[in-house]
Unconditional design. Structure first.
Length: 189
């Protein structure tokens, strides 16, 4: 079901409005790791703090139809999409041949936010950009298997891949989802 198909009312709507008016809705205005995040070209943290904030604020912005928050989402989404690396990589990159520079985890959080944004707006830039990243991921996983958080949170990766498969019908996505499950922590064993 597309984001915001069902709208919150009553108590839940009030709680979400409190979030929008509180720290969640203003975090980017005072916390340097969000306000100056490496994800939007800043000099602050460029790993997961910005992506987590974006993932949370995106759903909130569209669920309560808050134009102020939607403008924040559009700013972040626009920057991320406009600065996608030619090979498909999203976000800050140091150029080091280390795992830190191949860590897919925060990119998956960003993809979750991008897909929410696409769901709410139909932004035509999102799906091609996400597919470019996943093509790169398919190759990268052979040399840089899932580690740390990405290994534990592989189900989020598979959710993103399945969402894109549902949107596009691209058959190559299903073996990628299987590869992520194979590299991930065995939650079912």
């Amino acid at each position: 079901m597309p984001l915001a198909t069902i709208r919150p009312t009553g108590w839940l709507l009030e709680r979400l409005r409190l979030q929008a008016g509180g720290m969640a809705g203003h975090l980017d205005e005072f916390w340097p790791d969000i306000a100056r995040s490496g994800w939007i070209g800043g000099d602050a943290e460029g790993w997961e703090r910005g992506p987590y904030w974006l993932d949370g604020i995106t759903g909130l912005a569209y669920l309560i139809d808050d134009e102020r928050l939607q403008a924040k989402v559009r700013r972040w989404v626009g920057y991320i999409l406009d600065h996608q690396h030619p090979d498909g990589w999203f976000g800050p990159r140091s150029g080091d041949a280390t795992y830190a520079d191949h860590d897919v985890w925060p990119r998956i959080i960003v993809l979750k936010a991008l897909l929410q944004h696409h769901d709410a707006t139909g932004d035509e830039r999102v799906v091609p950009a996400a597919l470019r990243f996943l093509r790169l991921l398919d190759v990268l996983l052979d040399e840089w298997p899932l580690q740390e958080w990405a290994r534990s949170r592989w189900t989020d990766v598979v959710w993103v891949i399945n969402q894109l498969h549902d949107l596009t019908g691209e058959d190559w996505l299903l073996p990628l989802a299987a590869k992520c499950r194979e590299e991930g922590f065995d939650w079912f064993g």
